[in-house]
Structures are given as structure tokens and as C-alpha cells.
Design a protein around this ligand. Structure first.
Ligand SMILES: *[C@@H]1O[C@H](CO)[C@@H](O)[C@H](O)[C@H]1NC(C)=O
Ligand SMILES: *[C@@H]1O[C@H](CO)[C@@H](O)[C@H](O)[C@H]1NC(C)=O
Ligand SMILES: *[C@@H]1O[C@H](CO)[C@@H](O)[C@H](O)[C@H]1NC(C)=O
Ligand SMILES: *[C@@H]1O[C@H](CO)[C@@H](O)[C@H](O)[C@H]1NC(C)=O
Ligand SMILES: *[C@@H]1O[C@H](CO)[C@@H](O)[C@H](O)[C@H]1NC(C)=O
Ligand SMILES: *[C@@H]1O[C@H](CO)[C@@H](O)[C@H](O)[C@H]1NC(C)=O
Ligand SMILES: *[C@@H]1O[C@H](CO)[C@@H](O)[C@H](O)[C@H]1NC(C)=O
Ligand SMILES: *[C@@H]1O[C@H](CO)[C@@H](O)[C@H](O)[C@H]1NC(C)=O
Ligand SMILES: *[C@@H]1O[C@H](CO)[C@@H](O)[C@H](O)[C@H]1NC(C)=O
Length: 633
């Protein structure tokens, strides 16, 4: 998806976009309005923009240049009548006026003249949690305004008051608090109307979310700590929907927990598909026939695979998801002249390891700085000194090339233009824990559109627009540049990625473990939940046990899988419905090897019925380059 907005999105987060990624069973609907006090003069960055987001996906869009609210998902287009879009367009147009008037009021109040551009944003929406009957229950509402990138005013839904974090907003707070009907409307909108739409959109979207996808099945045999034993594991992954049956059989008889069978439960993968894993420890000398049967009704899969009788130990890594993907990316953003917006610098460069920013440079500070403690600790001073020099020369490179492009496109400097470069590599973990190159990325964007990118497969530059043709021909002609780029992506970048992932592992944080129960619809039953949160890295084992026996999804166990928190740590929670009078039989064991934590918890330490709640999921990703030498456009 290389729509213009993809690129521009990269720096909106610097203002304040704090979107959630979908985790487990929380869904959200958000609307984001962004208005500038005067035209920014950037293609793709309009004076006024409004968009709707379901979870992380844009579902509708409006901007001041197009003046039409349009669907961004096929299912939105198909399921909603024409007049939904007509009314929506009218509503967006009047909202655009509202923003115009209100920015002027704010600028006057803050004694600002119109030399600089100012920006007012509004984000509102709701979050719901799926219930057993698959509807969503209101969890939290959000309604907040920001001005020039800082929080301005927000609605405290629980107490029905507006909260002013800065003095300039106090006047507005007082005024809005005084209008009872506005508060009631806001609360009602967030808790009811917004939730109705969220439920509706979720249903519409799910029906088209993805095609059913069959499981891939892997059988493993692995050494155990006990010399005479081996562990048989059956892994099914990549399937959708999540309903699946997995049976491990000995000589045709289905094994159960009584036979020592352990199950991971059905857990989500990163791509909306699911995985499940079951294991059983057996004697090495056991000559029975072991098979694994998988039935996935939605795709008509019914297979039964046999572990080889010699039980030859397979190389497969069966830890968690079959393998992990890591990425290293650098993103550079340069404007043709100062934008006059706080937090939006003329030139910015940042490095990102997976979702985390690891280094940062901007034209106003002129220093490349570490953004993670381990980057600071593990890399010598001269890494940062050289990096700073490199970033400074890159800033010059961008200045020169921006001028070349503007000339080529016959653009004068009355408007601001933006040139971006993103490059990096992605690797997949191997059984020996190193990363193998998966793909490289090296691409440029101009004014929010794709401009030029490197096709790593056949080593050519691809011009996305006619204006990029001269650059493509020039760069394709320099064989050494092509070889350098390919070599950088596949080797040098991968070396750094391996190194950073390794360094990052020293970064650890131990889990906090909570166990609590909640009432159910049935008097005799309660829902028992064990939750671990705040841990890093994300590999963890969490097991609920009844009298020492591990509870599995056959017992009704539901797991959220490991999900990101918004502070670079992770959380996971398992729940199971149990008989109220058996609460004391249950314990929860959590093993987080990286931080050396091994905890056994039981109920009754005052944990009961306290649900610390989910922490917010991770923020939107922000996403910088290498030195190519003679690579002017
Ligand atoms: C707005 O965008 C839609 C679809 O993206 C297009 O059909 C329409 O012509 C555009 N309108 C204007 C005024 O640019
Ligand atoms: C506008 O405001 C800026 C910053 O407050 C100030 O430096 C500038 O002189 C002002 N310009 C005019 C035309 O008043
Ligand atoms: C789903 O369950 C909730 C309670 O968990 C209930 O309030 C709601 O009415 C139910 N919705 C439907 C459509 O059954
Ligand atoms: C698959 O289909 C069979 C036969 O219709 C049914 O008995 C079984 O419960 C289904 N399994 C799942 C996981 O839905
Ligand atoms: C196991 O690894 C060896 C060497 O790395 C390889 O030749 C073999 O094909 C692998 N076996 C399986 C089942 O992947
Ligand atoms: C700059 O370009 C814009 C749009 O192409 C044009 O409207 C404007 O007149 C030009 N300004 C100058 C000073 O040439
Ligand atoms: C790169 O080139 C290969 C071979 O021509 C082609 O199959 C692939 O789609 C291209 N990739 C991109 C992203 O253009
Ligand atoms: C209560 O929990 C028990 C144990 O998990 C389960 O067998 C039973 O079906 C539950 N009762 C109801 C009404 O859901
Ligand atoms: C936790 O309980 C398991 C048995 O369920 C036991 O093997 C383990 O040693 C216990 N760990 C701690 C730290 O008590």
C-alpha cells in the first residue's frame, strides 16, 4: 500500500498520533482531525484532514483539497449507503469551518501572529473488549485536543469533566464544563453511539478480513533435560479462522493432559492468523507410533502426520512462533525550507529496531543520539561521533538533491517540499539463533508519493513517477552503486541487525504477575485470570494449573497471546472459567528466563477481583540511511 498518506504518516506521529495496534480482543474506533492555520504547501499534507481508523486501519478519509469523505476499505464502500458518504461529506465540511474559527480564537488567545503555521488536532473514539457472545463491551472513551503538538484539552469520561493541562486551555475547559448537555452528549457518544459504530464496522470488516487460510503443520522431536526422554511437539500455524482440532495420538489413541500432554492454546500470529502447539514428553525407547491429527474445518484440512520411528531429532526451532522476524530501518525526512511547526524539523533521521527508535538526529540539535540505554552502553563514543558527521553530510546531500528535484519538476520555493528516504533489512531467526536475510528495502518518497526504489531481487532502481526516470537511469548506470546497495542491504545491514538484536537482549524487564477472579453469569462459576505484564524480551511461559496439572484449551482456557504494552514491554493473560468452590486448587506459574523470574502464585493474597486492566497497546510506529557517496539524483 503506497498511497501518499503512507509517507506523510511517518511524521504525524511526531505530532501526537498515538494509535493502537490490534492486540488480542481489544478493538477501537478513532477519528482524527488535523487542521493547519494556513496552507502548508506540501503535497499530501492538506490544510485540513479527517480520517477514521478501525484498529489500525484507515476506513474513511477527507481532506480540504478533495472535499469529499471517501471510504478507504472495500467493505466500507459496499456496506454503507451513498447517503452515509453524502452526509459525512457535509459533516466534514462544517467541521473544517469549525477548526478554522477555533484556530483563530486560539491564536488570538495565545497572542500568536500568522508568521508561523499552527496545528490543531482532535482525536476521539472508543475502545471495546470482545464478550463471550462476540459483541464488544465499552472499555474506554477518548476525546482530546492538541495544539502545536501538545495536549490541549481532554475529556475525562469517568468523571465527565474536561481537563486542561495548560493554562491557555482553562478558559475553554470552564466554558465547556458549563454546558451540561455537551458533556452528556460527549459521554453518550463515546459509550453508546461510538460503540454501536465500532460493533458494526468490526462485523462488516471481519466478514472480509481475510480468506480462510489452512494450517502449516510441523512435527518436532527434541532433547529434554532428562537423558532418557525426548519431547514430541506438533505445531500448526498460519490458519484462519482460529477453530481447529489438534490430536496427538499414541497407537491411534488420543493423548490427554493425563498423559502429560501440554498445549499452548490457540495463539495469535502477527498477521491475523493463529497457531497452536502441543507437546508430550516420552521415553526415547518408546516404540509406539505417534501421530498428530489436524482438523481445520474452514479449509477442509484433515491430516494425520507420523513422527518418524527413529524419532530423528529435527532441526526445527519450535520456540513460540515458528520463527521470528526482526528489522532494522533508517528513515530520513527533509523539507525544502523550515516548516515553522514545533517538533517538525527541517531534517530528521532516525533508526528503528523492530518497533523501537534506537537513534535520532535532527537539524536543530545536530547530534546523533542513542534512544535506548543499551545503544548508549554498548556502542563506543566514536560510533556517535562518526554517526553525527554522517548525518550532517546526509543533511547536505538532501539539501542539494531537493534543489535538483525542484528544478527538475519546475517548482519554485513558494511551497515547501519534502524528500524522504527509508532503507533497511529484515531477517528471520534461524535455529542457531542468528538472523537470515529475508528482504531489503531502499526507497525514496517525494512530496508524499513514492519516487524511486531499489528492487533487491533483480538489482535495478524502479522509478515510481516519470520525474524519477533520470535518477533511475543515472543510478542504474553506476554498477558500483548497485553492488554497494545490494551488499549493504544483504550484509552490512544484516550484521548491524544481528548485533543490535543481540545487544537489545541485555535489555530486560521482569514480569509483574497478577492473579484474580471475576464473577460470571453463573452463580457457581468465576473466571480466573493470570496476567503477566511489564516484561521484556517477550519470551515467557505462563501456565495456569489445577492441583499441579496444566490447564489447556480443552479445559476452556483462553489466552490473549503475548501483546505489546506502550512502553516497549509485553503482557499476556490467560483466563479460564472455574467452579467458585475450587479456587484454592489453582496456581499460576510464570517463567521469564531472561530476567531469571520463576514465580508460582495462588489466589488469596489479596489479589482477588482486582483487575489491573490492560495497559495501552503500543503506539504507532515511527520510522532513516547509509552513505552512498556519488548518489545525487
Ligand atoms: C476526490 O477523490 C475522489 C476519489 O479519490 C475522486 O473521485 C474525486 O474526483 C476527488 N474530488 C476532487 C474534487 O478532487
Ligand atoms: C510574529 O511573532 C513572532 C514570534 O512571536 C515574532 O518574532 C515576529 O516579529 C512577529 N511578526 C509580526 C509581523 O508581528
Ligand atoms: C452480549 O452479552 C452482553 C453481556 O456480556 C449483553 O449485555 C449483550 O446484550 C449481549 N448481546 C447480544 C447481541 O446478545
Ligand atoms: C469440524 O466439523 C465436525 C463435523 O462437522 C465437527 O464435529 C467438529 O466439531 C468441527 N470442529 C471444529 C473445531 O469446529
Ligand atoms: C537439518 O539441518 C541440516 C543441516 O543444516 C539440513 O541439511 C537438513 O535438511 C535439515 N533437516 C530438516 C528436516 O530441515
Ligand atoms: C510558484 O509556483 C506556483 C505554483 O506553481 C505559482 O502559482 C506561483 O506564481 C509561482 N511563484 C513565483 C514567484 O514564481
Ligand atoms: C522485483 O523484480 C522481480 C523480478 O523482476 C519481480 O518479480 C518483483 O515483483 C519486483 N519487486 C518489486 C517490489 O517491484
Ligand atoms: C462452570 O465451570 C465448570 C468448570 O470449568 C464447567 O464445567 C461448567 O460448564 C461451568 N458452568 C456453566 C454454567 O458455564
Ligand atoms: C513452582 O511449582 C513447580 C511445580 O508446579 C515446581 O516444579 C517449581 O520448582 C516451583 N517453583 C518455585 C520457584 O517455587
Amino acid at each position: 500500500m503506497n498511497q501518499p498518506t503512507t509517507w506523510i504518516f511517518l511524521f504525524l506521529p511526531l505530532l501526537w498520533l498515538n494509535l493502537q495496534t490490534t492486540g488480542g480482543e481489544i478493538h477501537s474506533l478513532r477519528y482524527i482531525y488535523t487542521a493547519f492555520s494556513k496552507p502548508v504547501g506540501l503535497e499530501g499534507l492538506h490544510e485540513f484532514t479527517a480520517m477514521g481508523l478501525l484498529d489500525n486501519r484507515m476506513i474513511d478519509y477527507f481532506d480540504s483539497d478533495n472535499q469529499t469523505k471517501v471510504p478507504k476499505q472495500d467493505w466500507m464502500k459496499e456496506r454503507l449507503p451513498d447517503d452515509y458518504w453524502e452526509k459525512g461529506t457535509q459533516s466534514r465540511k462544517s467541521k473544517q469551518q469549525w477548526f478554522k474559527v477555533n484556530i483563530e480564537i486560539l491564536m488570538k488567545r495565545m497572542e500568536q501572529n500568522d508568521t508561523n503555521n499552527h496545528v490543531l488536532q482532535w482525536m476521539h473514539g472508543c475502545e471495546g473488549e470482545t464478550q463471550p457472545n462476540d459483541t464488544l463491551k465499552f472499555k474506554s472513551g477518548m476525546d482530546k485536543y492538541s495544539y502545536d503538538g501538545d495536549d490541549f484539552l481532554s475529556f475525562d469520561d469517568a468523571n465527565s469533566v474536561w481537563v486542561a493541562p495548560i493554562t491557555a486551555a482553562v478558559l475553554t475547559k470552564t466554558k465547556w464544563d458549563g454546558v451540561q448537555v455537551l458533556k452528556e452528549y460527549t459521554k453518550g457518544y463515546l459509550e453508546n453511539e461510538c460503540m454501536d459504530w465500532l460493533n458494526k464496522f468490526k462485523n462488516y470488516g471481519e466478514k472480509q478480513l481475510r480468506e480462510a487460510s489452512p494450517p502449516e503443520v510441523f512435527l518436532f522431536a527434541k532433547e529434554t533435560k532428562i537423558e532418557t526422554n525426548i519431547m514430541l511437539t506438533c505445531l500448526a500455524t498460519g490458519f484462519y479462522p482460529k477453530d481447529i482440532t489438534m490430536n496427538i495420538k499414541r497407537n491411534g489413541r488420543v493423548l490427554t493432559v493425563e498423559d502429560g500432554l501440554e498445549s499452548s492454546g490457540v495463539r495469535p500470529n502477527d498477521d491475523d492468523t493463529h497457531q497452536i502447539r502441543k507437546s508430550v514428553e516420552i521415553l526415547r525407547s518408546d516404540s509406539s507410533t505417534y501421530t498428530c491429527q489436524i482438523i481445520h474445518n474452514a479449509t477442509g484440512v484433515d491430516v494425520e502426520n507420523v513422527w518418524a520411528s527413529d524419532r530423528s531429532l529435527s532441526n526445527g526451532s519450535d520456540s513460540g512462533v515458528s520463527s521470528e522476524i526482526h528489522s532494522l530501518r533508517y528513515i530520513y525526512t527533509a523539507f525544502s525550507k523550515p516548516v515553522g511547526l514545533e517538533g517538525l524539523h527541517e531534517f530528521t533521521a532516525m533508526g528503528l529496531l523492530d518497533d523501537r527508535m534506537i537513534d535520532y538526529f535532527d537539524s536543530d540539535h545536530q547530534v546523533k543520539v542513542p534512544k535506548q540505554d543499551w545503544m548508549k552502553e554498548r556502542l563506543p563514543d566514536d560510533y556517535w561521533e562518526k554517526g553525527t558527521q554522517s548525518r550532517k553530510s546526509k543533511q547536505q546531500w538532501f539539501k542539494v538533491n531537493m534543489e535538483i528535484l525542484m528544478k527538475r519538476m519546475r517548482q519554485n520555493d513558494s511551497d515547501v517540499h519534502v524528500l524522504q528516504w527509508m532503507h533497511g533489512c529484515e531477517g528471520e531467526t534461524q535455529p542457531d539463533d542468528t538472523l537470515k536475510f529475508k528482504r531489503g528495502i531502499d526507497r525514496y518518497g517525494y512530496d508524499g508519493n513514492d519516487f524511486l526504489y531499489f528492487n533487491d531481487t533483480n538489482s535495478v532502481w524502479v522509478a515510481a513517477v516519470p520525474a524519477a526516470e533520470p535518477s533511475k537511469r543515472k543510478w542504474d548506470g553506476v554498477q558500483v552503486l548497485i553492488e554497494y546497495t545490494k551488499g549493504y542491504l544483504e550484509n552490512e545491514c544484516m550484521d548491524w541487525l544481528n548485533k543490535f538484536v543481540e545487544y537489545g537482549k541485555t535489555d530486560k524487564s521482569s514480569p509483574e504477575v497478577y492473579m484474580f477472579v471475576k464473577d460470571t453469569n453463573t452463580e457457581t462459576n468465576v473466571t480466573l485470570t493470570c496476567m503477566a505484564t511489564g516484561f521484556y524480551p517477550k519470551d515467557i511461559t505462563l501456565q495456569i494449573k489445577k492441583n499441579g496439572r496444566v490447564i489447556t484449551e480443552e479445559d476452556g482456557l483462553v489466552s490473549t497471546g503475548v501483546r505489546p504494552n506502550n512502553d516497549d514491554t509485553y503482557q499476556t493473560r490467560d483466563s479460564v472459567e472455574i467452579l467458585r468452590n475450587q479456587m484454592s486448587a489453582f496456581t499460576c506459574e510464570v517463567i521469564h528466563s531472561a530476567s531469571g523470574v520463576h514465580i508460582n502464585r495462588s489466589l488469596g493474597h489479596g489479589d482477588t477481583a482486582i483487575d489491573p486492566g490492560n495497559q495501552d497497546p503500543s503506539p504507532e510506529k515511527e520510522v532513516a540511511l547509509h552513505d552512498n557517496g556519488e548518489d545525487t539524483v
